[in-house]
Design a protein around this ligand. Structure first.
Ligand SMILES: Cc1ncc(COP(=O)(O)O)c(C=O)c1O
Length: 386
């Protein structure tokens, strides 16, 4: 059996026991709250890993791009939600072409976007399933559910022959900003999670008042990884949340750990890297350089992360290496400061938990499922760059 020493660095490792535990834990949470789990595959971009989520009970997948939808449909995933507005005739045509392979739905959040989709599908004599994207505090895409124009958009969608309103969808990404001053991390996540749920249930009730939503058939789709850790379903006016779409949970990362959503020991994805150089600066500071730069692990930073990932002792001891800090990344180098001096030498291999797992997977063609030092399986990241 191959071991970590046989792998070329930099590369991505997925610790099998943690992967399985993360998949099982989110599925158990969804089951306990009476919702379908439709994982967002933008995190792993791998049909092989999505199959593991499906085997554990996940129903359907969420994607961010039409290219991801195509990749997953061709691999046999027949229920795909594009959690993104589909704008432009070329993309609409690609979505329409998938209908022979999969049930595909997508988001609308503007009148012109909805109108263009309606015209496109009506001209083909078809009706595409759409969900209205709702802004529950992230202020990215989505309608303000308290604004009368949100109901007007829903009405326009319902009256358009080429599209069919099947539900509403939100992503409370503001949770990644971390807590306001004086608020604990746990309370901050709980507050965003409640707002995400309650704003959606209220909006559904408003749509019911004007005859646009019925409790048993209307999809109410929410989900980020941190808010799902705190999610508790409830009923309002007959409506309940029907589906959750976390993605990052399959791995977790240093960003999730810094937010207090999970512990570092829950993070399944690590980067394996080789120390390629070691120097003492004029000021006496010890600095190591390793071969995992921004092209291998991405330079994303979270609101509460320190540096560019969390260094671990070694392959077996998945614990933080005290004092060592990934101070900077250039394209092919990680700049690692070890204030007290380091026992590491050039050629040594180290592992670290990246800040943002989703951005890392996108940069590689393969990741390796491992059990400590044993390499068990190569995973193709076959929807990367789509
Ligand atoms: C629309 C949408 N849904 C779901 C998710 C999954 O959230 P997370 O990455 O926190 O798991 C994201 C993440 O960016 C998203 O943009």
């Amino acid at each position: 059996m191959a071991t970590l020493n046989d792998l070329p660095t930099p590369c991505l490792l997925i610790e099998q026991s943690r992967l399985e535990a993360n998949i099982a834990a989110m599925q158990a949470r969804a089951d306990a709250q009476g919702v379908r789990l439709r994982p967002h595959i933008k995190t792993h971009k791998s049909t092989a890993l999505a199959r593991k989520q499906r085997e554990a009970g996940a129903q359907g997948v969420t994607v961010a791009t039409v290219g991801e939808a195509e990749c997953f449909a061709r691999a046999g995933f027949d229920d795909i939600r594009i959690a993104y507005p589909v704008i432009g005739g070329d993309r609409l045509a690609r979505v329409a072409n998938l209908s022979a392979l999969a049930r595909v739905s997508f988001c609308v959040d503007t009148m012109p976007g909805a109108q263009a989709a309606a015209d496109f599908f009506a001209a083909r004599g078809e009706a595409a399933e759409v969900l209205i994207e709702v802004d529950t505090g992230q202020h990215r895409c989505g309608v303000d559910p308290e604004d009368a124009r949100a109901v007007a958009l829903a009405q326009a969608v319902a009256e358009s022959p080429g599209i069919r309103l099947v539900g509403i969808l939100t992503h409370a990404g503001q949770v990644y900003k971390g807590p306001a001053k004086g608020v604990s991390k746990k309370e901050a996540i709980q507050a965003v999670s409640r707002r995400e749920r309650d704003a959606m249930l209220r909006f559904a009730a408003r749509l019911q008042e004007v005859g646009l939503a019925e409790p048993d058939s209307f999809e109410i789709s929410i989900g980020s990884t941190p808010t799902m850790h705190a999610f508790e379903n409830r009923r309002e006016g007959g409506f309940r949340i029907t589906e959750i779409r976390p993605g990052n949970y399959i791995f977790h990362d240093a960003m999730q750990a810094s937010l207090g959503a999970v512990a570092l020991k829950d993070c399944a994805l690590t980067a394996l890297t080789t120390v390629v150089s070691r120097h003492r600066t004029a000021s006496g500071r010890e600095r190591l350089f390793a071969d995992a730069g921004s092209k291998a692990v991405a330079s994303d930073q979270g609101a509460l992360t320190d540096g560019y990932g969390q260094l671990l002792y070694d392959a077996r001891r998945m614990e933080p290496l005290p004092h060592a800090r990934i101070a900077s990344l250039s394209e092919e180098h990680a700049w690692i400061d070890v204030p007290g001096g380091s026992t590491l030498e050039t050629g040594d291999r180290i592992r670290f938990v990246p800040n943002h797992a989703c951005a890392c997977m996108h940069l590689h063609e393969t990741a390796w499922i491992v059990d400590g030092e044993d390499v068990l399986e190569a995973v193709r990241i076959n929807a990367r760059a789509r």
